[in-house]
Structures are given as structure tokens and as C-alpha cells.
Write a protein that binds this ligand. Structure first.
Ligand SMILES: C[S@@+](CC[C@H](N)C(=O)[O-])C[C@H]1O[C@@H](n2cnc3c(N)ncnc32)[C@H](O)[C@@H]1O
Length: 325
């Protein structure tokens, strides 16, 4: 359509922005987030603190009307609580229908490309109505799309994290990015070994406090082993991490706990700190997470790993810059 020269940074409208993992990947690919939307106060504080130049709409997406134009790419991960295979997925959970808001906004701003990230559980049979709704919306709005599950460990991220991605293009047939590090996954050691014992040196890196009987149990776990009572694994320094989640650990009676319950450190009898979890999600150390420790952990667990986001973003940029478009 020749709206802008391809040498200018692509303009991104970011929906359900959270801690900004997807946005940071687009930024590394040379794009600029011009507006971000989230209804979580702590996430908005994080975004405003780290990128005061972004226009952050704090509120329910159902009340949001874009205040920017000339958007090249709309990105976002609609909430996935109902889809998730980690919890008791409920397809009628009202949070599942927020993807309709995503397409209301896409229809309004008419970007050249769209990116959706979600849990791979969206592909489960029980979520079929949502998936077919998303596909119908893409088709109605004239987007060709590629859809598939990407494993972050194949894109330089020290974490086995599988997530569904959709890339849609107004012009041309999209593909998904090829793995950038298919042969040697990054490890937990690469990500966090230097932080060990250095609680004073990094931000969001306060030592966790556990009851003595809990740290005693965890000191006996071998790398890769899971504590059945707490359903939490001790990480192995020489492998990618288990998936970092937004919360939802388990107590000794199998009861579901709210809060930040990341995996157990490979050699210390404690859970990871927020900064260690952020490293495993490939966030830069100068990206400060705001809010309570639980809120910080939730933001990190919900995020798209920055290096995976960068691979997706580089791919979208090259698709949009290729001659045929
Ligand atoms: C999976 S997280 C997105 C993570 C983000 N893509 C990243 O890479 O950091 C989903 C986000 O949607 C936000 N959200 C949930 N319901 C919302 C609503 N009704 N309106 C606006 N934002 C909402 C949540 O606060 C959460 O931050």
C-alpha cells in the first residue's frame, strides 16, 4: 500500500501487554511500540517505568479505542486462563472471549500484520470453538496466516516453553520463524549461575524465605527431580529450565496456592528469585518489574520470552519488507 518507507521503524500496537516481553522482542527487531493496553495496574507500572515514552492505556480492553493510527503490526497474547493445560481449563471462562476484542481493534486499525501468542492448550479439542472463531476472524478480515507451536528452547531461550503463535499478513502467505538455536539449547547455567550468592547486585533479586522443613526437603532433591508435595522441580544447571509460570504452585496437601511459585534453584535449597526467573525468560537485567513480589512473578511467568519474541519479530519484519509486499 506504500503507506510508509520500510526503512522507518514499524509501528506496533500492543494489546494485553503485561510485562512487555513481546514488545521487547519487537523493539530488538527495530520496531516501536506506540500504544500498549493492559488492565493490570502493576504491569502498567512496569511498562511506564521502563518505557515512559510508550502510551499506556490502563483499563479493560473492552473500553479501549485506539488513539494512534498508521499501525503496521498489532501484537498480543489474549489471556489464557481458560485455555491453559496447566490449570483446569474451562472453555466458557469469560476471559477466553477477549480474543474478540483483539479482532475488534484489528478491524479498526487495519495493520499489515498481526501476531497472536497463546498457550498451546488453545489447540485442544475442547477449545475448538475459540480456535475456529479466531480463524474465522482472520479470514473475514482478509489475513492469510501461519499457526503453530514454537518451543522457546529452539530460539536461544534457556527454557522448554511451548506456545502457540499466529502470524497473519494482509498481503502474502506468512510462515513461522525457523529455530535460531536448534542444536544447542541454552542452559540454566548460562542464564543464572553468575547471580548465585549475589543478592545485592541485581534488581528484583531478593532472597526467598522458606520454612526450614521446606528448604530441608529441597536440599535433598537431585537436579531434575520434582518434590511431589509441592509439585515443583529442582532445575538442572546443564539443561533448559522447566516452564516458568505465572503462579499457581501447590501446597503439601495438593492445594492450589496463589502467588509466585517458580522452580527450585539447581544447587540452593530455595526457589528462584524474580530476577532469576526473568533471566530464564531472557529479559534484560535493566528491565525492572514493579509491584509486589507476587505481581512481579506473575508478570514474568505470563511473558513471552524476549529472545523468542525477537525471532518472531525479525521474521515479521522480513516478511513485511520482502519485495512482494
Ligand atoms: C499472557 S499476558 C501477556 C504477556 C505479554 N504478551 C508479554 O509478553 O509480557 C496477558 C495480559 O492480559 C491482561 N489482561 C487480562 N484481561 C484483560 C482485559 N480485560 N483488558 C486488558 N488487559 C487484560 C493481563 O493483565 C495480562 O497482563
Amino acid at each position: 500500500m506504500g503507506r510508509r518507507r520500510t526503512s522507518k521503524p514499524l509501528r506496533v500496537l500492543s494489546l494485553f501487554t503485561g510485562a512487555g516481553g513481546l514488545d521487547l522482542g519487537f523493539e530488538l527487531a527495530g520496531c516501536v511500540t506506540v500504544e500498549a493496553v493492559d488492565n493490570d495496574h502493576e504491569s502498567c507500572k512496569t511498562l511506564r517505568h521502563n518505557r515512559p515514552e510508550w502510551n499506556v492505556f490502563e483499563g479493560d480492553i473492552r473500553d479501549y479505542k485506539p488513539s494512534v493510527d498508521d499501525i503496521d503490526v498489532v501484537i498480543g497474547g489474549p489471556p489464557c486462563q481458560g485455555f491453559s493445560s496447566a490449570g483446569r481449563g474451562n472453555p466458557s471462562d469469560p476471559r477466553n472471549f477477549l480474543w474478540r476484542e483483539y479482532f475488534r481493534i484489528v478491524e479498526d486499525v487495519k495493520p499489515r500484520a498481526i501476531v497472536i501468542e497463546n498457550v498451546s492448550g488453545l489447540k485442544h479439542k475442547r477449545n475448538g470453538d475459540h480456535l475456529s472463531g479466531i480463524i474465522a476472524a482472520l479470514e473475514e478480515q482478509g489475513y492469510d496466516f501461519a499457526m503453530g507451536v514454537l518451543n522457546a528452547a529452539e530460539y536461544g531461550v534457556p527454557q522448554a516453553r511451548k506456545r502457540l503463535f499466529v502470524i497473519g499478513l494482509k498481503t502474502g502467505i506468512p510462515t513461522l520463524p525457523a529455530p535460531t538455536t536448534p542444536n544447542r539449547p541454552a542452559t540454566v547455567r548460562d542464564a543464572i549461575e553468575d547471580l548465585q550468592g549475589n543478592f545485592d547486585t541485581a534488581l528484583n533479586h531478593q532472597p526467598p524465605i522458606h520454612a526450614v522443613h521446606v528448604s530441608d526437603r529441597w536440599s535433598l532433591l537431585k537436579p531434575g527431580e520434582t518434590d511431589p508435595n509441592y509439585r515443583r522441580a529442582r532445575l538442572d544447571f546443564d539443561k533448559p529450565s522447566h516452564t516458568i509460570r505465572a503462579g499457581g504452585g501447590y501446597g503439601p496437601n495438593g492445594n492450589h496456592l496463589g502467588g509466585f511459585h517458580p522452580p527450585i534453584h539447581p544447587v540452593e535449597p530455595r526457589q528462584l528469585t524474580v530476577r532469576e526467573a526473568a533471566r530464564i525468560q531472557t529479559f534484560p537485567d535493566d528491565w525492572i518489574l514493579k509491584g509486589s513480589k507476587t505481581a512481579q512473578g506473575r508478570q514474568i511467568g505470563n511473558a513471552v520470552p524476549v529472545l523468542l519474541a525477537e525471532a518472531v519479530a525479525n521474521h515479521v519484519v522480513s516478511l513485511l519488507n520482502s519485495k512482494s509486499r
